[in-house]
Design a protein around this ligand. Sequence first.
Ligand SMILES: [Fe+2]
Length: 273
Amino acid sequence: MIKNRLIWFADFVDSHLCEDEFINRNIELKREHTKMVCLEMQRLCEILKLDPRLTELAMITALYHDLGRFPQIVEYRTFSDPQSCCHATESINVMNRNSLLEGLDETDSNAIKTAVKLHNKLDFDTESLDEKQLLLTRMIRDADKIDIYRVISEAYHEYLKDPQSYNRAIGFGDFEQKKATPEIAAAVIKGKPVLYAGVKTFTDRKLLHLGWLFQIHYDAALNRIHSRGYIKMLLESLPDCPLCCKVRTTVESYVKNRLALSAGIYEQKQKIT
Ligand SMILES: [Fe+2]
């Protein structure tokens, strides 16, 4: 079944291509992002040892989570939701318009829609979700973030190589503005989510991405982000102001402690089994 969905997805993406190089470049960026999120999702399914049915629902969620990005870039020429539309809502609109969840039972279809709706939210109320909704929501939020770290690190390196040509649609703002806004740094130090609305400088944007680390649910996802060097890259590129130094030590010790704890639990499990 997922094979037909992949064919539909490829056609859907192709239908947004046009004569405009800027649009096409960003469409390909999101096509690649979706592919990578699907791979990260597959990996999480294997680590969590999900059964084939839940794995299929998780893979559908990954494939459809960013459908709204394609009409968004064509219509608004940006991936900034505040400057255009909520792309998660638009993803659900695309799913509904194309009856993509037809044939699934209602609980499965609701779980996918809930996860897609919540995948980009700052935070969400875990109490209001049933078990399946919660699982898919946590998985897509983590799988999505793992790949966003890849996208931002590639964009940063692209910028360092050639500041003129880097892709502004990703919405990093001005790379030259290096000061950290104290409220943003303070939120990260406390492990609190950073609001997009408060982001003023490039350093703030990096702090926002570092703040996400406290929201990663699965240790396996945190380990993936860590082992790919994304955290190191973000931390090393922060300016040397006292606030950023405090962020650096806070994030480093949080990640170190959490990964050490999960490695310890894993070793214990290995001994028992
Ligand atoms: Fe998204």
